[in-house]
Write a protein that binds this ligand. Structure first.
Ligand code: TGC
Ligand code: FAD
Length: 387
């Protein structure tokens, strides 16, 4: 954040290591991502393999995990990297969070030693890409209803079903797939070269265009017994992974918001309306002030939740507070900034409409805003209103 936007001196809460990680992520975002994003977004195509290797070389994949080539950094450092990368584009942060917080985390947390040794070093280096298949065409918010199933055939498992809206699906080397078994929901590590597995890409997205999103089709996919994640039993397995990815989004969404606000302030300083720069009008200053206050509050909340995570006390409903607030505020900021640029605000020459469109996906994935309201509502009242 530029010094003038850091109204409450968030920087004073950060360690020098965290500031260094943030600096490295910001440089990568500015030099490697930002210049190409308008083109990638318009074409709906990204060089995912190259980017994964570059992100891996910088230590950004699975950076909060330990061992197996992972950087072993703290949650705030990880969050700040997400923030800087999402300041370039939410789709870029998705690449990082699906790889590190969903696919790698599932294997790191619930996998066998063999699964970890086989996949994690390559995934942290960006040489192998992972995806995480939980959502199905008919079961998004309610993954407990999933129809994808795994049945025994001798020692092997046979998987059938389909997953929908899966980030990185078509470019993945390995898919973590959640399926119903006689023993409840279990996770499976599925090399995407396995016969019967396919991942057609979803086209015509108006949001998160600089990200690969796919369907996963599992048609009699035969896997050895060793493909099951031994330590994940029931829905708490995938939901445990979601806590990790949601945490990154709490920071990331503030990156998209900051980029919009910085763009709007710069634009308003140059734009002359009725003979004066737009920044000189009280209406503009009120908008900018309100947005900067929300941005600073959101980043403070993110850092606070990061410190709780560091201590090991962060609870799922606290993650929901962060995800709900920061994504909701980021969208509001993006839309308000768009009004400041007016017609230019809808142009791909500026990043604002791209961020606003991306944030529609961010509001929905990793638990919709309504799901997070219900999680918080349950924590407040002790009553579950999901059903
Ligand atoms: P419920 O009965 O409440 O819980 C089932 C079991 O799970 C446990 N649990 C959790 N464990 C860890 N972390 C959490 N946050 C947990 N929430 C619940 C719970 O204790 C229970 O354990 P056990 O041992 O008793 O079995 O489950 P429910 O069926 O009522 O559903 C609850 C609900 C709606 C909150 C949950 O299903 C939910 O979060 N739905 C939203 C689904 C979602 O977020 N999907 C995201 C898919 S991945 C994605 O979007 C990637 S986007 C790409 C990117 O990140 O960039
Ligand atoms: P639904 O569950 O059908 O919800 C429809 C509406 O109903 C929403 O407004 C919802 O909030 C509301 N609703 C649901 N339940 C209730 C209730 N109990 N009370 C009140 N309202 C309710 N999933 C993965 O598994 N892996 C991925 O990598 C992945 N990547 C994604 C990438 C993108 C770009 C997108 C858009 C989605 C991705 N998803 C992924 C899927 C995402 O997690 C789901 O879209 C999300 O969980 C919501 O599910 P749904 O779209 O089926 O909506």
């Amino acid at each position: 954040m530029s010094a003038s936007l850091d109204l409450v001196d968030v920087d004073s809460l950060l360690t020098s290591e965290e500031v260094d990680v943030r600096g490295a992520a910001r440089r990568f975002a500015d030099e490697r991502l930002r210049p190409s994003l308008p083109e990638w977004f318009e074409a709906g195509v990204i060089p995912a393999r190259e980017l994964a290797k570059e992100l891996g070389a910088l230590g950004f994949l699975g950076m909060h995990l330990t061992g197996y080539g992972c950087a072993g950094l703290g949650p705030v450092a990880y969050g700040l990297a997400c923030l800087e990368i999402e300041a370039a584009d939410s789709g870029m942060r998705s690449l990082v969070s699906v790889q590190g917080s969903l696919a790698m985390y599932a294997i790191w947390k619930y996998g066998s030693e063999e699964q970890k040794a086989e996949w994690l070093p390559r995934m942290s280096a960006g040489e192998a890409i992972g995806c995480f298949g939980l959502t199905e065409p008919d079961f998004g918010s309610n993954p407990g209803g999933m129809r994808t199933n795994a049945r025994r055939d001798g020692d092997d498992w046979i998987l059938n079903g389909s997953k929908m809206w899966i980030t990185n699906g078509s470019v993945a080397d390995v898919a973590v797939v959640w399926a119903r078994t006689d023993d409840g929901v279990r996770g499976f590590v599925v090399p995407t070269s396995t016969p019967g597995f396919s991942a057609p890409e979803i086209k015509q997205k108006m949001s998160l265009r600089a990200s690969v999103t796919s369907e996963l089709v599992l048609d009699d996919v035969r896997l050895p017994a060793s493909a099951m994640l031994p330590e994940a039993r029931g829905l708490s397995g995938p939901l445990g992974c979601l806590n990790e990815a949601r945490f990154g989004i709490i920071f990331g969404a503030m990156g998209a918001a900051r980029d919009c606000l910085e763009t709007a302030i710069a634009y308003a300083g140059e734009r002359i309306v009725f003979d004066k720069p737009l920044t000189a009008y009280q209406l503009t200053q009120a908008k900018l002030a309100d947005m900067a206050v929300e941005l600073n509050k959101g980043i403070l909340l993110a850092v606070h939740l990061g410190r709780l995570k560091e201590k090991g006390t962060l609870r799922p409903e606290q993650v929901s507070v962060g995800k709900l607030n920061n994504v909701r505020e980021a969208i509001a900021i993006a839309r308000e900034c768009r009004t400041i640029l007016a017609a230019n605000g809808i142009s791909g020459e500026y990043p604002i409409m791209r961020h606003a469109n991306n944030l529609e996906s961010v509001l929905t994935y990793e638990g919709t805003s309504e799901v997070h309201q219900l999680v918080i509502g349950q924590a407040l009242t002790g009553q579950s209103a999901f059903r």
